[in-house]
Design a protein. Structure first.
Length: 193
């Protein structure tokens, strides 16, 4: 709900907000009767003014892409309202034709699929990032002792090959090689001196 309110605010929306909360059981059972705020939003009116109903995604307007979505769009049309879905950049005017209604239905199905896989995608991205960081840390650990050695003994390309990551990444992780080499020389001189 917070993301939806934030999206409406970002879009510059400042009108009344209608919110329905459904339990998982309500969603599974497709209980449209619990959508009391939606019913209030789409109730018939005798006003002749044009209005726009803004939703963050077409998916929040209906329980399915078929009868419930078409019923909600019909009720909006009877009010003379245009429905604008922000996430899909979709606008369905009161006189919408079959192409616009079909696009709305397709957008609803797409939004459903995306929401069903969103948590898994986020988890997968987090795991992939963690694994990449771990691989990078191991590679840097391999390169660290070699980084301070003289370039004529072990060139950058050889360190890159042994560590398995690019010189650019090594510079980011370990700093300039000349600094590491100078520090190593000073330590050696101090030890021998």
């Amino acid at each position: 709900m917070e993301r939806q309110l934030s999206a409406l605010s970002d879009a510059g929306f400042s009108g009344p907000i209608y919110q329905d909360t459904m339990t998982r059981a309500d969603v599974r059972q497709r209980r449209a009767d619990v959508l009391t705020a939606r019913a209030a939003l789409l109730r018939p009116t005798a006003r002749k003014t044009q209005e726009t109903i803004i939703v963050t995604t077409i998916r929040v307007l209906a329980l399915n892409s078929g009868p419930d979505l078409l019923g909600a769009l019909k009720a909006a049309a009877e009010r003379g309202a245009t429905v604008r879905a922000l996430a899909e950049d979709l606008e369905i005017p009161p006189n919408a034709g079959i192409d616009e209604l079909s696009a709305a239905s397709t957008a609803w199905d797409t939004a459903r699929r995306q929401s069903q896989t969103a948590a898994a995608r986020m988890k997968g991205n987090a795991i992939a990032a963690s694994m990449a960081a771990e691989r990078r840390a191991k590679a840097v650990a391999i390169a660290r002792p070699l980084w301070a050695l003289p370039s004529e003994d072990i060139p950058n390309a050889e360190i890159e090959r042994r560590a398995g990551i690019s010189i650019t990444t090594l510079y980011r992780a370990l700093g300039p090689r000349t600094v590491a080499q100078k520090s190593a020389r000073q330590k050696m001189e101090k030890k021998n001196g």
